[in-house]
Every structure is written in C-alpha cells, then in structure tokens.
Design a binder for this molecule. Structure first.
Ligand code: ARG
Length: 402
C-alpha cells in the first residue's frame, strides 16, 4: 500500500484572519501538515490564545517561542550600536524582527523535516522580501510560499472561505489599521493613514499619550551604558528587556516617540506609516550622545556613512549578509568604548539630552574652558591656520591673477 505522504509546511502564524485561513488553504492546496510558529517579541499579546486558535483551525502543532531576550540582544543591540534609523525616521522595529522570525521558521522546519515555509505577507510589502531572503540565507533548500500572494481574494471572498471552513472571523468591527508591534516599536498603517495629508487620528496611538494629557512636569532619566549596553536606569541595574519596557512606558507617558513617515519601500512604492517607538528613540539619542563624548572626531564624522548603509540593509532584508556581519564588527569596536551615563529630559513630547559623563570622556575641561584654567596653547593656532588655509590661499592668488 502506498501511503500518501503529507507535505510538511511551517507557517509564521500571527493568529489573525489571514494566517488562520492560510492554515486551511495550505492543507487543501498541498495536502499539507501545517506547523504554526508564533514568536513572543514583546508585542504584549496573549499568545496562548493564538496557539489554541492555530490548533482549532487545524494546525498539526502550534509552537510559541519567547524570543524577547534574543531579539533584544542579537538584533536590537547591534542596530542600536549602528544607530539604525531608516530615512532618518524609522528605528526599524518591524524590519529587525523578520530575520528572527525566519530563523525560527527554519529551525522548526529542520527539526520537523518540513520542506516548505509559509508566511502571511502580501505581495506589496517589505516583509515578504525580508522573510524570504533570510530563509534563503539560512536554508536555501527550503521552498517558500506566501498564500495571500497566491489566492488573490478580496476581503469578502476571504471571509466567505473562512465561514465555509469554520474559521472564526472576528465579529467586532475590525480595526481599519494594519498593526505590527514588538518591544522596539509599533507600526501602524492603512485606513485614513493612506492619505498622507490626513493627520493621524488620536485612536491610532496606543503607547504614547496625547500631549494634552501628559504631565506638566518633566521627567529626568539617567541611563547608564556599559560597553555599549544600556544597563542602568536611575542608578539601578536593569535587564535590557526591563529597561526597554520601562523606557517605552515613561516615554509614552510624556507623549514622546511618535513618528509620521512617508517611506520608500523596497518594492518601489512610497507608503505612509505611523510609528510609536519611545524606548528606541530615547536609547538611540542617548547612545549617540555618549558615543560622541568618548570617540574622536574622525569616528564621529565617519560612522554616520556606515549607519545609513546599515539601516538600509536592515530595511531591505539583508540581515543575514556578509555586509551586515562586517559592519557589526566595526560597530562593536566602537561600542566597547561607550561606557558612561546620559541624562535625558522628557517633556511634552520632547526629548533632550541635558548631560553626559564618562570615565572615557574625551572632553577636556582644560582645553575647552574660556576662564583662567585654560590650558590650550592659543599661539599654536597661528601656524595651524597658515597650513590649513594654504590650499585656499594658493588658489585665491592664482585666480586673482587670471
Ligand atoms: N513599514 C514598516 C517596514 O516596512 C512596517 C511594516 C509593517 N507595518 C504594519 N503596519 N503592519 O518595516
């Protein structure tokens, strides 16, 4: 007797309608056994419910992994050192999570002997690229399928399919927004946000307060870094996880961390996205300030070129690439020096760095001061200016003659 061997497919499962429908669709289309994988990256959602739903819809197994620490240590921290912000606005929360999702999909596929990976991305976004390129970097032999890119259903057709197959469709009028969130930030798009002229309605924000409801007194925070790793808040030791959660909370209290960005997607279109990312923006700002204090001018001036390139490669799905590896080595070399404390002030949606100190500070009071302790040799500037200005002077003399 020939047994009909089932194809094993590992699906990135969020618990939403699309990926629930995908479980059934994959079963029908490929006679597949579906392994649903869900990661806890600090999105603050009850994942037990998600797991139950995957099984109820028909998944063979539903696996949940708590990867919050791994996400922060292996993905967010390198991005912090690289001061990764796409197009000077977006700290890449969603983009950074995709390679880690891919890593777990591959891990489960290898453990279960699956030959196919599936995800719920559409054909228009960046996330399909990030997941698929990451999978191909880690396990080029695996096939990848994106059901939503194949079935091409309208919303109504999808709901019809769900109803016909006993897949629960949320009864409450669903939010018009598409939201993705993890500990590093919250991304919101669709609905009225698709008109870039329309101000984001207050309802899209969940982590950050309306400025009318924020405290009338500022909050001062002292953030301590040890070799690039944020470790202390107000003199107390924190795990990176607790520290990030705390900064999201305090920043959000003060209405800090909102970003409104018309961004350039990898697939060529411009899209408007709203972000809430208080902790990310606080840490990035504090890190930059302290790094500047402890590194010489050449580093301060050169590093931004690499930061921009780094941000771009993360956005464009090239996390698992030799370029990222090499850039990480550069960033880590500098992070080693970033030890010290940064004092920031949060008030009415604003963040200001108001103080910084470090045992490795290159700030020399004797050189900088204008009062009597001044140690700077003013006379040495005369010769310096002559040589520094020599090319300009030479050029001016020649051109005047002509
Ligand atoms: N635009 C962001 C990116 O490409 C976020 C994408 C997901 N956004 C969402 N609201 N589901 O990284």
């Amino acid at each position: 007797m020939v047994l009909d061997k089932k194809k094993k497919v590992v699906l990135a499962y969020s618990g939403g309608l699309d990926t629930s429908v995908a479980i059934r669709w994959l079963q029908e289309e490929f006679n597949a056994e579906v392994y649903a994988v869900t990661l806890d990256m600090g999105q603050g959602k009850e994942l037990e419910e998600v797991q139950k739903k995957a099984l109820a819809v028909g998944a063979k197994e539903a696996l949940v992994f708590d990867v919050r620490e791994e996400f922060l240590n292996q993905y967010v921290l390198p991005a912090l050192w690289a001061e990764a912000i796409y197009e000077k606005k977006y700290p890449l929360a969603t983009a950074l999570s995709r390679p880690l999702i891919a890593k777990y999909l591959v891990k489960v596929a290898q453990e279960r002997g699956a030959t196919m990976i599936a995800h719920g991305c559409t054909g228009k976004g960046n996330d399909q690229v990030r997941i698929e390129v990451s999978v191909s970097a880690l396990a080029p032999e695996l096939e990848v399928i994106a059901p939503a890119r194949v079935w091409k259903w309208s919303r109504e057709e999808e709901i019809e399919y769900a109803n016909a197959n006993g897949i629960p469709v949320p009864v409450t009028t669903e939010s018009p927004y598409s939201i993705d969130q993890n500990i590093w930030g919250r991304s919101i798009e669709c609905g009225v946000l698709e008109d870039p002229w329309v101000e984001p309605p207050e309802e899209v924000f969940e982590w950050t307060k309306d400025l009318r409801d924020t405290p009338d007194q500022p909050t001062y925070l002292e953030i301590g870094f040890d070799q690039g790793i944020p470790k202390m808040l107000g003199g107390q030791y924190y795990s990176l996880l607790n520290l990030t959660e705390e900064l999201n909370r305090i920043g959000g209290e003060h209405g800090f961390g909102r970003v409104d960005h018309v961004e350039n997607r990898l697939v060529g279109i411009k899209s408007r996205e709203i972000y809430e990312c208080p902790a990310a923006l606080i840490l990035l700002e504090a890190y930059r300030d302290l790094e500047n204090l402890v590194t010489p001018r050449e580093v301060t001036h050169f590093k931004p070129y690499l930061e921009e390139r780094y941000s771009q490669l993360v956005y464009e799905g090239l996390w698992f690439s030799p370029l990222r590896d090499a850039l990480d080595a550069f960033m880590e070399k500098i992070a080693c020096r970033v030890t010290g404390v940064v004092r920031v002030k949060l008030y009415k949606g604003n963040l200001s760095v108001v103080g910084r100190k470090s045992d490795y500070s290159l700030y020399d009071f004797g050189l900088a001061t204008y009062d009597k302790e001044d140690m700077f040799d003013h006379r040495s500037s005369e010769g310096f200016i002559k040589l520094w200005g020599l090319p300009t002077r030479t050029s001016a003399i020649v051109y005047r003659k002509k």
